[in-house]
Structures are given as structure tokens and as C-alpha cells.
Design a binder for this molecule. Structure first.
Ligand SMILES: *[C@@H]1O[C@H](CO)[C@@H](O)[C@H](O)[C@H]1NC(C)=O
Ligand SMILES: *[C@@H]1O[C@H](CO)[C@@H](O)[C@H](O)[C@H]1NC(C)=O
Ligand SMILES: *[C@@H]1O[C@H](CO)[C@@H](O)[C@H](O)[C@H]1NC(C)=O
Ligand SMILES: *[C@@H]1O[C@H](CO)[C@@H](O)[C@H](O)[C@H]1NC(C)=O
Length: 199
């Protein structure tokens, strides 16, 4: 009876290790986004504006849009230097929305702001939003939420409102959120099962 007990224990140990590693990677990837998030809210605090709260669905959409940009080089016609109205349009935008459980109806009032900064140097990333035309949007009281996504040299900020047309209606069906919750439950179960087996 000893052998099956041990293989179950090691199987649990191995799988939780894998889950912990996945979570670790997710967290590492978030650094430049967290920097920008904090930087933008400090900028808003200086202007006596309320901090923007993180919106998971806007995060998701920002990631999907960054993914569309990632093959494009940084030029003077894309990113923070974009002339309003000449932003690249994506024919598959509705697909990107639906991948994030969103629709045109609850994202229409949102604001998508892509920027390209080689190496995503944190100080340059921040000024590309706070010291460009984008600062007018960051300074706008109608925005209450924010999502940030990045791929390669591209970082995308999506602003949301607290009106139905810009709510980006956050559901709980975010992948990373599920992963971390699953990981937490899994680890607690591991400790339970582990202690029972070791008794
Ligand atoms: C981008 O740069 C090129 C060459 O430097 C210039 O001809 C063009 O007018 C610029 N475009 C914009 C939108 O500034
Ligand atoms: C934005 O980033 C570019 C690098 O892509 C940099 O050259 C430029 O100075 C930045 N602009 C601002 C306003 O910070
Ligand atoms: C932000 O908006 C306020 C009120 O509309 C205005 O007084 C202020 O000058 C703006 N600041 C910047 C940096 O645009
Ligand atoms: C996960 O989603 C739930 C429901 O939307 C939210 O209350 C919670 O704060 C989220 N957790 C994390 C770690 O993002």
C-alpha cells in the first residue's frame, strides 16, 4: 500500500510545482504593466484625480491588441505619435473583443492607446503616455478604469468608464484569475492530502 500512496503524493507535488511555475511566469510578465499602472495613477494623483482601477477585461483586450501590433516596427505613424484618426484599424477587432468576453456595446466609450518603445524602458513608456496627446485622456475625469497589455516593444493602455457603454463589464472569467485561484485551491488541497498521507 506504500507505493501507490507515494506516487499520488509525488504526482500532486509535481503538478503543484508546475502550477506555481506558471503563476511565477505570469507575475514576471506583469512588471512593466505594474510600473505603468502606478506611474499613471501617480500622474493622476498630482492632478487631484481619482486613481484608475484595474479592469481585467480591459487588460485582456489590451493584451490582444498589443499582440496585433507586435510585428510592426516603431515608426512615427504608430504609437504615442499617432495623429488622432489615423490609428491602425483591425478588421478582426470584433474577434478580439469576443475573446475577452466583451462587445462593442460595453466598450464603445473606452479609449485604446498603443505606444511603441524599444525595450519598453519604464521611464520612456510612462512619458509616452503622460507627456503626449494621450495625457489629455489620462487627465479626463470620465475614465475610471484601466487595462494594460504588452507584447515585444508594444504597450497598450485601455481606459474604461463607469457608464454601461464603457464599463468593459468585468466578469470573473479571466484566465489568469482562474489560474491563480485554481493554484491556491490546489496547493491547499496538496497540503491537506499530504498531511493525511503522512499521518
Ligand atoms: C514620418 O517620417 C517621415 C520621414 O522622416 C516623414 O516623411 C513623414 O511625414 C512622417 N509622418 C508623420 C505622420 O509625421
Ligand atoms: C516615446 O518613446 C520613444 C521611443 O519609442 C521615445 O523616443 C520618445 O522620446 C518617447 N516620447 C515621449 C513623449 O516620452
Ligand atoms: C487636466 O485637466 C484640468 C481640468 O480640466 C486642467 O485644469 C489641467 O490643466 C489639466 N492638466 C493637464 C496636464 O493637462
Ligand atoms: C478574481 O476575480 C474576482 C471576481 O471578479 C475578483 O473579486 C478577484 O479580486 C480577482 N482576483 C485576482 C487575483 O485578480
Amino acid at each position: 500500500m506504500v507505493l501507490p500512496k507515494f506516487s499520488l503524493f509525488y504526482w500532486l507535488l509535481l503538478s503543484s510545482l508546475v502550477i506555481l511555475l506558471i503563476n511565477y511566469q505570469v507575475n514576471c510578465d506583469d512588471d512593466e504593466k505594474d510600473n505603468l499602472y502606478e506611474g499613471i495613477n501617480k500622474y493622476r494623483a498630482l492632478l487631484n484625480l481619482k486613481a484608475l482601477t484595474r479592469n481585467e477585461n480591459a487588460d485582456c483586450l489590451a493584451d490582444k491588441i498589443a499582440d496585433q501590433f507586435k510585428k510592426q516596427p516603431c515608426t512615427n505613424t504608430t504609437g504615442a505619435n499617432t495623429v488622432p484618426g489615423t490609428e491602425p484599424q483591425f478588421s478582426n477587432y470584433p474577434d478580439l473583443l469576443s475573446k475577452c468576453h466583451l462587445a462593442i456595446t460595453n466598450t464603445r466609450d473606452g479609449n485604446v492607446m498603443p505606444a511603441c518603445v524599444p525595450g519598453l524602458v519604464p521611464s520612456l513608456v510612462l512619458t509616452n503616455f503622460t507627456k503626449s496627446l494621450y495625457s489629455d485622456s489620462l487627465n479626463d475625469t470620465q475614465y475610471t478604469g484601466i487595462g494594460i497589455g504588452s507584447e515585444d516593444n508594444w504597450i497598450v493602455v485601455v481606459l474604461t468608464t463607469n457608464t454601461p457603454a464603457g464599463s468593459f463589464a468585468p466578469y470573473s472569467s479571466n484566465g489568469a484569475n482562474l489560474t491563480s485561484r485554481f493554484g491556491l485551491i490546489y496547493c491547499s488541497m496538496l497540503f491537506l492530502v499530504g498531511s493525511i498521507l503522512l499521518l
